[in-house]
Design a protein around this ligand. Structure first.
Ligand code: UD1
Ligand code: UDP
Length: 362
């Protein structure tokens, strides 16, 4: 089997690494790793190849940033040339970023079967660019690999045939489990002078939270207030950094509120593992904190990952700063109730996906 695997943005690397490792182990899949270049800063891209033991990409498309249409179109034009030339048996895309959408459209139009890993998630909020990416990718995919039971229900409702749906579990958790011990050796806590269980880890990058300077200021002020309770450590996504740097007047800060550049996977996993609490609008971090049993407050009005709330440690707080603050205080005081780990978030998802593909193609 000849497979093209696509990565483009930060949350893609940890979803593709386990598959690359599994295919290499089996030795019966010829892989071509294509990096679209949607994310390109060293700490948004290169660091993950090292941390996740991911081989260098075979092809780098270097599309960079742009409007949605521009970025998607640039990936499509460059990727079409690769697919025409390589004629793979399958194209494997992950997640819900613009690169995922672009490459699935190219594959479908060139009649190359597309496999979507992390299929069927829905926020039911079309204001999110990712929701559009998910819906289009799923409808075009011949293999929809899902992370949780409700994903299958979502897909069936949209007309995806049952024979295309495979509940194989959460591949991000393969990376988390594989690298958990290695992350324990990270010295990031020491470098940042943080004490275990005495800091709040924050990430924010959703356009709905960070693109409006005044809304971002209000969230920022709330985080500064929370830092009176526990030190706040905030690795800042480049989209958010741009907004913070251009704020006029500059945002107020505090000594116990610390912004740093985005960190690599191992350092971030180490930071999550002993955080008092995580406050985020990330998709993947809702899942990782669920498995780690760390309280997570999600700064969004909805989530495409409801299972993290039903069985896990996630609390959907909305985006109003006062509400987020009161939820944070409540959890800091009372902790979270019983929680568990969703089925098949066990570190063996790549194995199950490879089994399905092997049966079909080899
Ligand atoms: C993208 C994904 C989002 C995902 C996020 C993960 C889409 C539509 N969005 O959002 O689903 O949750 O990645 O992090 O695909 N930038 C840099 N350096 C980089 C990358 C980006 O400076 O390496 C800056 C640029 O100013 C760019 C902005 O960040 O315009 C946004 O980047 P983009 O890839 O368009 O979207 P993200 O917000 O990163
Ligand atoms: N992450 C990281 N360093 C950081 C922030 C996040 O390694 O500074 C990891 C995080 O552990 C998870 C992934 O990046 O594996 C999530 O990516 P992101 O939040 O950018 O995207 P989303 O999941 O929202 O699409």
């Amino acid at each position: 089997m000849r497979a093209v695997l696509v990565v483009g943005a930060r949350p893609n690397f940890m979803k593709v690494a386990p598959l690359m490792r599994e295919f290499a182990k089996r030795g019966n899949v010829e892989t071509l790793l294509v990096h679209t270049g949607q994310h390109y800063d060293e700490n948004m891209s290169k660091v993950f190849f090292h941390d996740l033991e991911l081989p260098e990409p075979d092809i780098y498309l270097g599309v960079g940033s742009g409007s949605h249409a521009e970025q998607t179109a640039k990936v499509m034009v460059a990727f079409e040339i690769i697919v025409e030339k390589q004629r793979p048996d399958i194209i494997i895309v992950v997640g819900d970023v613009n690169s995922t959408l672009a490459c699935s459209i190219v594959g479908a139009k060139l009649h190359v079967p597309v496999a979507h890993v992390e299929s069927g998630l829905r926020s039911f909020d079309l204001d999110m660019p990712e929701e559009i990416n998910r819906m289009v990718t799923d409808i075009l995919s011949s293999y929809c690999f899902t992370t949780s039971p409700e994903a299958e229900t979502n897909l069936l409702k949209e007309g995806v045939g049952k024979e295309r749906i495979f509940f194989t579990g959460n591949i991000m958790i393969d990376s988390l489990r594989y690298l958990s011990e290695k992350a324990d050796r990270s010295v990031v806590l020491k470098e940042l002078s943080l004490e275990e269980d005495d800091y709040i880890l924050v990430t924010l990058h959703r356009p709905s939270n960070v693109d409006d300077p005044e809304e971002l200021r209000a969230l920022f002020d709330m985080l500064v207030r929370l830092s009176a309770r526990h030190q706040v450590i905030f690795p800042v996504h480049p989209r958010t950094r741009k907004m913070i740097d251009s704020a006029d007047p500059p945002f107020d800060s505090a000594e116990s509120f610390r912004m740093i550049d985005p960190v690599g996977y191992l350092d971030f996993l180490r930071l999550m593992k002993t955080a008092k609490m995580v406050i985020t609008d990330s998709g993947g971090i809702q899942e990782e904190t669920t498995v780690l049993g760390i309280p997570c407050i999600t700064v969004r009005e909805n989530t495409e990952r409801p299972i993290t709330i039903e069985v896990g440690t996630n609390v959907l707080a909305g985006t109003t700063p006062e509400k987020v603050e009161s939820e944070a205080m409540r959890i800091l005081d009372d902790g979270i109730g019983d929680h568990g780990i969703p089925p098949l978030w066990d570190g063996k998802t790549a194995e199950r996906i490879a089994d399905v593909l092997e049966k079909e193609f080899i």
